[in-house]
Design a protein around this ligand. Sequence first.
Ligand code: ADP
Length: 258
Amino acid sequence: MTASTVPPMVRVRGVHKSYHDNTVLKGVDLDVAPGSVTVLIGPSGAGKSTLLRVINHLEKVDRGYVMVDGELIGHRRAGGRLHELRESEILKQRTNIGFVFQDFNLFANLTVLQNVAEAPISAQRRRPAEVYPMARELLDRVGLADKADEYPRRLSGGQQQRVAIARALALRPKLLLFDEPTSALDPELVGEVLAVMRSLADQGTTMVVVTHEMAFAREVADTVVFMADGAVVEQGPPDRLLVRPDHERTRSFLAKFL
Ligand code: ADP
């Protein structure tokens, strides 16, 4: 297959989402190629986080649809109609998609190793004898092999976020979503998290990342998507979009980072 005919890992079509009378997504279309890194940028309130959350069905769409790896998210097509999936089916779909939150969301009462091993055992019903060695390997990959038996509160924010990344990887996801993964970190800890994300990108992990780290977008993204007011304003490779944007809106947003 040529590049243009490879089916996307993520296909978002005509997605609308409102909270009461606040329309947050106004007909968003997006394709994410397998093995690519897509960075979503835009002003606060643009709908970036909501878009990530509809991709793994933490939020329901009001209109439109999301497909991940050819599978409709949250719905099943039967007899020419869409039917909502049951909660258990949604949870199963969600295990194919890793999500890394701004504030880590680790389980405080579990050790680092247990945090990484928990979902594969409880949600994917994999054997602990297989999961624990894998969890140790993942901790090694994010540079935290020596912290396996610590509790999260004893770790720095950067270390906790690296544990959260290992935990997301433990589900062997098809796709990793990151929602401002470095925004809650002290500046000196941002680099270690971005370095782990960069190495995942180098290994061909499909990633969608909401971030204000423009250097990361420039160096790691295949596609940068600029959103404003619930819509995609424009998208393109970073050396075009970040340097010669087509829209004034994009230009004035980027000017704040110079
Ligand atoms: P961004 O990530 O670009 O900053 P968000 O997707 O977080 O934007 O938010 C877009 C808009 O949706 C904002 O106006 C925000 O207040 C609103 N919003 C987001 N989540 C909720 C929610 N759970 N309930 C009500 N409003 C929400």
